[in-house]
Design a protein around this ligand. Sequence first.
Ligand SMILES: Cc1cc2nc3c(=O)[nH]c(=O)nc-3n(C[C@H](O)[C@H](O)[C@H](O)COP(=O)(O)OP(=O)(O)OC[C@H]3O[C@@H](n4cnc5c(N)ncnc54)[C@H](O)[C@@H]3O)c2cc1C
Ligand code: FES
Length: 276
Amino acid sequence: MQYTAAMPFDVAAAVIANHPLSADYNVVALAAPEIARAAAPGQFVMVKVATGFDPLLRRPFSIFEVLRDAHGRATGFTLLNKRVGRSSGLLYSVRPGQQVACLGPLGRAFTIVDHPSEAWMVAGGVGLAPFAELAVALRARGVGTTLFYGARRAAELCHLDLFRNLGAELVLTTEDGTLGEHGRVVAPLERRLASRAPDAPVTIYACGPEGMLAATAKTAERFGRPCEVSVERIRGCGLGGCYSCVVPMRDGHGGFHHVRSCIAGPVLPGDKIRWD
Ligand SMILES: Cc1cc2nc3c(=O)[nH]c(=O)nc-3n(C[C@H](O)[C@H](O)[C@H](O)COP(=O)(O)OP(=O)(O)OC[C@H]3O[C@@H](n4cnc5c(N)ncnc54)[C@H](O)[C@@H]3O)c2cc1C
Ligand code: FES
């Protein structure tokens, strides 16, 4: 297992803008050129919105989009945030000019495949976040992309035009049937894999709830396709110090060992994780 070693930046990033998408989702733009310049698709930042002890620890967020000026220089990045608790609630309400402590970029990024392989991204809910920059990187290599994107309801499927404009084909599902196919996102993935010639090169990338990651990884393995998953285990430090984020990995001899998903991941090979 390869660990990441590049030194992260710890910056007080000014909020440039806060765009609410729904009652629970928003996108926050932050000025942080050092982090934005160094970031690779799939990496994350550890974020602390408030000063003081509440919340005490930073929280992990994927880098959603890298912001660039008219000369193409990276100036900052955005976070796609879902409000679930204290930190994400504070992030939902930040105002322009406010400062947010950001440590990053952290973790192991996605492997970017080359043409003629196709890249299929499988996102569940806010698991969409690492795929915008991945789609940018894949398009730069001329790789055809498909986004399988599932959520509970239509209101939670966001930024569809961003991916359409990056040339991705969209396959949408909702659990309540309000947009796209009714059901879970792995169903159309499985059908699409079954319809492809077994030797057609397809690489699968997944991010979302752990049940969806497990189902995606097992489906990819069944059809003999490489699959990288971005795991969202709770993180205490993001730097390998606290062991709050461990994931069991199969060792190939019937046993397993744990890796710290903040430094060995968040992107891990789906077929190596012990999912039970
Ligand atoms: C590498 C990585 C990237 C992530 N990227 C994003 C992103 O781009 N956008 C985004 O909105 N979220 C992302 N998350 C999830 C985000 O870190 C959590 O939602 C956040 O830590 C919650 O903090 P909180 O203070 O708001 O909630 P808390 O008050 O700490 O917790 C609220 C509830 O959420 C649960 N919870 C907290 N963290 C997680 C978690 N990681 N997985 C499952 N349940 C959790 C708690 O157990 C609790 O029930 C990412 C997580 C990881 C590990
Ligand atoms: S979050 Fe602390 S070791 Fe991974």
